[in-house]
Design a binder for this molecule. Structure first.
Ligand SMILES: Cc1ncc(COP(=O)(O)O)c(C=O)c1O
Length: 289
């Protein structure tokens, strides 16, 4: 399997906020004794910044802090200090529209009091948009890798290799996203997005009970369905549902709400519901600033 350079690979020299300080290059380092480095013991949030304002900040912080507590992490830096960190990086990089990634690790075992390793990176938005997002015609395939997420599927952990490989296979196949399917044939989510299918007048998304990531954008999309009077529900989906779907869209904080033009080799007949939701999402972003 030959894979392209991982998306998100970046210049090693830019500024990074590490445990409260802005550092560069070699100084942006994590101890090899940190469980984030040794065992993939980390969680992260990726969020979009519009005009210097991080969107849905509180929801992202709630997910991060809740996950840290549930997974037995030391207490992470306060949301206020992390917000300050994002602001400092935006200032330093002179960026208004960007993607911020906040990573928190389990820290070094046995130290008392234990401390998380925490760092923040900020990138220009252009570097992070998928080709299909830029062109307005995104595509997806069904991943050949089987995903049985288990209880960890509900957390945004740094143990990302399986998800990254699925997405890199999608990129190598010339599509934007890989849809993940369990060994029981259940369609779950994308490698970096939540999944929605539109059938008739109904919007359907796999249930959180299947331990898909409780996406911030997924939750907002469901709220927008309610606000726009669209019927929406959680239900089990299978690969066969892609063949009969009127529309399919995926959601994440960076790509927003992304109606697919083609999925699993089939051109989709419509993108109206996804496009309406995207317009409503952007209105919500504008109203939040
Ligand atoms: C596996 C997975 N599902 C869903 C999402 C979407 O989450 P959010 O809307 O909070 O960005 C992501 C985001 O990266 C993801 O990695």
């Amino acid at each position: 399997m030959t894979l392209p350079l991982a998306p998100g690979a970046r210049q090693p020299d830019g500024p990074v906020w590490v445990n409260g300080r802005i550092v560069r290059g070699e100084d942006a380092a994590l101890s090899v004794f940190d469980r984030g480095a040794r065992d993939g013991g980390g969680i992260f949030e990726t969020l979009r910044v519009y005009g210097r304002e991080p969107f849905a900040w509180t929801r992202h912080m709630e997910r991060l802090v809740l996950a840290a507590a549930e997974l037995g992490f030391p207490v992470p830096p306060t949301p206020a200090s992390m917000r300050e960190g994002v602001a400092e990086l935006l200032e330093e990089l002179a960026l208004d529209d960007a993607v911020a990634r906040i990573t928190v690790t389990r820290g070094i075992a046995g130290g008392r009091p234990t401390r998380t390793g925490a760092w923040i990176e900020v990138q220009p938005i252009g570097a992070r948009l998928w080709r299909g997002t830029r062109r307005g015609a995104a595509t997806a395939m069904v991943s050949p890798l089987v995903f049985d997420l288990g209880w960890m599927g509900a957390y945004k952990t740094t143990s990302r290799m399986a998800w990254d490989l699925a997405r890199e296979q999608a990129l190598a196949a010339g599509v934007d996203e890989a849809l993940l399917v369990s060994s029981a044939g259940e369609l779950l989510e994308g490698s970096a997005s939540n999944l929605f299918v539109v059938r008739g007048r109904e919007v359907i998304t796999p249930p959180l009970a299947s331990r898909v990531l409780p996406g911030v954008t997924r939750a907002i999309a469901l709220e927008l369905c309610a606000a726009l009077g669209m019927a929406a529900r959680e239900a089990r989906l299978e690969v066969a549902d892609l063949a009969t779907a009127d529309e399919v869209f995926v959601t994440n904080s960076v790509q927003e709400i992304l109606p697919l033009a083609r999925v699993a080799g089939r051109d989709l007949p419509a993108r109206d519901v996804g496009s309406r939701l995207l317009a409503a999402y952007r209105e919500r972003v504008a109203a939040s600033r």
